[in-house]
Design a protein around this ligand. Sequence first.
Ligand code: MN
Ligand code: MN
Ligand code: MN
Length: 278
Amino acid sequence: MRRMIIDFHTHSHASDGSLSPSELLGRARSAGVAALALTDHDTVAGYVDLKQDATAWDDITLLSGAELSCNWGKVGVHVVGLGMDVDHPVFVRGMHQLSTARMQRAEIIGERLEKAGMSGALAGAQALAGSSQLGRPHFASWMHAQGHVRDLSQAYGRYLGSGKMGDVKTLWPELAEAVAWIRESGGQAVLAHPLNYKMTRTKLRACVSDFVAAGGQAIEVFSGRQSGEQVRDLCKLALDSGLAVSAGSDFHGDRDYGPRLGFDTELLPKDATLVNVV
Ligand code: MN
Ligand code: MN
Ligand code: MN
């Protein structure tokens, strides 16, 4: 494998990142990233904007990408799609379904927060999101601005995090469906941040096995915070499962102690196979 700095998992303000797609590209360039995928949650709007301005990225390989929300049984998981034809009708239809699900989910979160005494939650979050994909971070910011919570982490801890009232999962497509959309539109399907789901080892292996059966091609072995040991461990899981590996920062913006852009492929073990996009 040729050594290079890659970043196959990033967010712009088209979803819940804080930078515009072109600002993100500038940061990636400064970080020495040679191949970048913009993988906003359930939208390719930022990528499409960036791609239109060909002069902006002529020195960097820009891949199409998106981070798709889906369910594996009762667990909400994320699948990163890389290198799809974003105009493929199957992909377009899938993205539309995700947008609709996201909006319906926001309405349910809004209703629940209303009942919990937070009047105007949906409209407030929508105003903060503007034209971006509406998500829980917008609710969290609104709750903080309104003084309902002390800080963003309290918003998740009390209302929006896993198992709380704002954790609405049922509307997402099944994992296999999200993988199929990516595959049919010519992309590579990557199981995002496998350690974030807090599954037991056995459960994670079952999830990866279903992902493989659905046509998944790679797992993320680095998504911003993993130790060298975790990266090697995930590479072994990939190898055992016959999967390639992918890596990115899951960068959302400049946050204290947050991840920086870029991953050096030199950190991968020699027997790992990088996802087939560059
Ligand atoms: Mn996010
Ligand atoms: Mn994610
Ligand atoms: Mn992400």
